[in-house]
Design a protein. Structure first.
Length: 277
């Protein structure tokens, strides 16, 4: 049994770094705002580890406590990175044997996140609303029909790393995740499930690592060039770290049918939220 020390060390380093940033900027917040954002961060971390789309909880909460939309989006993205790390640690058993595959797909996520982050900083926020809703809808269909598609493709040879089409799909997912990020996990689960000959839990583990890379890459870009509310980052980060660990424990125990149903339900909710505002 592996020692929990690496997880504890990583968590403490992240907390210390974020608390230090908050202290440097001398931030403050109302008590109800602190509780609301902390709770939203915990829920988002858990949902991201199981499915993805936790931003649909934290982003509206940050808007509700008074942050401007772009600042809320940027701060939310940075704050969810620690939760992504704990979610990946929680799924480390399912990541075994996927190092080579993820080494090939990781650059696609990183490059896509850079493109998406630059789009966020240069284009109107409303520009991608319809496109994002369509992408989430398509990803839900992919997740729902993935078993049927996989059976039809079973007779054809599938590459261990998914081939160039999966690489391009992961790149597109990185662009989307760098721009907004809600439900990017749904999109990635659909793509990975179709192109890879893996069970859904291992696909979900790969999804957690790739989405964490997207958020981390975009976070670095935002820290350099965007306005960040470090108090919001601190609260979302603390909540998402706890939620990521809890979500991984729950998600790893879900049967594939239940996990697939949860993914589709969250995706549909995301479309409704985006279209309905």
């Amino acid at each position: 049994m592996r020692s929990p020390a690496p997880r504890v060390v990583i968590g403490l380093l992240l907390v210390v770094a974020i608390v230090g940033c908050a202290a440097v900027f001398g931030l403050s917040a109302r008590p109800w705002s602190v509780l609301a954002v902390l709770a939203a961060g915990t829920a988002a971390g858990a949902i991201n580890a199981i499915v993805g789309s936790g931003s649909l909880i934290t982003f509206p909460t940050l808007l509700a406590v008074g942050l401007p939309p772009i600042t809320a989006n940027v701060s939310n993205n940075i704050g969810l990175v620690p939760g992504g790390v704990t979610g990946v640690l929680g799924y480390r058993a399912e990541l075994k044997g996927q190092r080579g595959r993820l080494a090939r797909l990781a650059p696609a996520s990183v490059l896509g996140a850079l493109v998406g982050g630059l789009l966020l900083l240069t284009l109107p926020e409303q520009a991608f609303t319809v496109v994002v809703a369509v992408l989430i809808g398509v990803s839900c269909v992919l997740v729902l029909t993935q078993p049927l598609i996989s059976r039809r493709l079973a007779s054809r040879p599938r590459r261990a790393h998914g081939g160039p089409w999966l690489w391009l799909g992961v790149f597109a997912g990185g662009v989307y995740g760098g721009y907004f990020g809600a439900a990017q996990g749904v999109l990635l689960v659909g793509l990975l499930g179709i192109f890879l000959d893996e069970d859904l839990q291992r696909v979900n583990a790969a999804k957690n690592l790739l989405t964490m890379l997207v958020n981390a890459t975009a976070a670095v870009l935002y820290i350099c060039v965007a306005k960040v509310d470090w108090w919001a980052v601190l609260l979302v980060a603390l909540g998402s770290m706890v939620g990521g660990l809890l979500g991984a424990r729950v998600g790893r125990r879900l049967p594939p049918v239940i996990l697939r149903a949860v993914i589709v339900c969250v995706g549909v909710a995301a479309v409704i939220k985006l279209v309905g505002g």
